[in-house]
Design a protein around this ligand. Sequence first.
Ligand code: NAP
Length: 547
Amino acid sequence: MPDTPMVAEQPDQDRVEEYDAIVIGAGISGIFMLYRLRELGMTTRVFEAGTNVGGTWYWNRYPGARFDSESWTYGYSFSKELMQEWDWKEHFSPQPDTLAYLNYVADKFDLRRDMQFRSTVQAAQWDDAATQWTVTLEDGQQARAQFLLTAIGILSAPTLPAIPGLDSFKGPAYHTARWPHTPVDFTGKRVGIIGTGATAIQAIPEIAKQAQQLTVFQRRPNWAAPLHNAPIGKAEMEEIKSRYEDIYAHCAKTPSWFIHEADPRTTLSVPPEEREAFWEQLYAAPGFGIWMGNFRDIMTDEQANAAISAFIAKKIRQRVTDPKVAEKLIPQDHGFGSRRVPLESGYFEAYNRDNVLLVDTINDEPIERITPNGIKTSKKEYTFDFLIYATGFDGVTGAFDRIDIRGSHGVRLKEVWADGPRTYLGMLAEDFPNMMMVLGPHTARGNIPQVVEHSVEWQTGVLRFMREHNYTRIETRPEHVAEWTETVIKAAEPLLSSKVDSWQTGVNRNVEGRHVRRVLGYNGHGIHFRQKAAEVAAHGYQEFRFG
Ligand code: NAP
């Protein structure tokens, strides 16, 4: 992959370029947004912090990084030609292949000529009189546009652990989302990793295969279930291609736009043996079926959730040889599925290896500090050649907070959203005219590329409507923002996940002010979300004020 692709020319620093639209981010969202804006004939500039396209799949290069959604449901569906051209090699695509796919899309549609890389957006300010956004990059370059489209992802603001002595470690230390572009060789090395979320659960089995010694510092364990990845042969890929239309039509009918769909039965209505057999079947099957294809009440009913949690705990006990280690790996503070379930390939078996040690930093030995040589806990100092921070992200709103976004009368987005976001459909924010968000807070959640495609179609629909009516300005109406915010909060109420701290509920103890839960996504049915968005469009976007 070239690291310096054919890209838009870097303009003169002193000149302020003007465009119809500025897109922030060249990941899955930014790539498709640019494609559609071009079709509308809009002059567009995409600013991207990385050196190339890919977003999440550009940054997260740690060993073991891969989709845990079926690859053939997790690409773009807007171009039949693209779908027929691209061959997925594995049912759950590894990061290098996914990045190659996104590069292929950028090449195929000649998108890079409107993209400017190594360009981190620092600020965006709305100018009411000029009906324009002014965007300022870290290096001081400025550009203006009538519309600002944020395509900054929901997990793109990585956070380091708030542990004293962080900068003191002498060896290489990497956050998993800022991984080097050349392979890291752990052969014969002593490696310490902090975190046991979805990222670490993918990385640990891979690093364990190489390292002399891998020590895992676990704060809270997470529930995880097997991925069951497999290669896709030529004939199978052809067969998948022949079914694409049906596959995506099916995804469009499920609550989270995945292929998996809940079983209509409630857990306790099914006799225990039958229930157990069903769970065995799900546990042995690839993908998110164990989470999303389970009985319909496992995420809402405490008893149902306790039953499935007991089943998964039993599986952990079966897979981990040392019973003490197994108990440490079983979550006690939340039930299965109430935090995003990581899918794993040999995660639990990694702890059966002689070179892997699990340190429980809650019950046994809290971390006191990072030292020049490694990590000091309440019991001892561990010495490492490498430190890995798999410590996650300031989710959903974090990437917005890192840009100084100022709307009408100079109001700051970070301040307006301090206690929780206020949006309409998660697409437009109150007091931020002409700014639209792909994957904004309060929008639908689930199969990300599908959500992205829907948002981009809807937002470019708004732009087309504005052009047809000679409107230059769009903004939300307070009563509809209040209504949508209430809808989003209500939809989250019945879910057990709303009662648990995680990035999905906006909690990140490494970030000041992020210790209190917030509702960050619309948890209603995907069909309801799309119906609502379609109705708004069909009735001429009356929920907005145009000028
Ligand atoms: P995460 O789930 O938020 O996990 C972060 C981990 O770091 C947690 O175990 C956390 O412990 C620990 N941690 C954070 N700060 C710490 C500190 N100061 N001291 C000790 N431990 C600390 O982050 P992630 O694993 O990067 O995953 C985030 C999301 O990315 C996932 O939920 C998923 O949506 C996405 N993801 C997707 C894939 C995929 O598609 N295949 C792969 C990886 C990630 P606590 O739990 O105690 O806070």
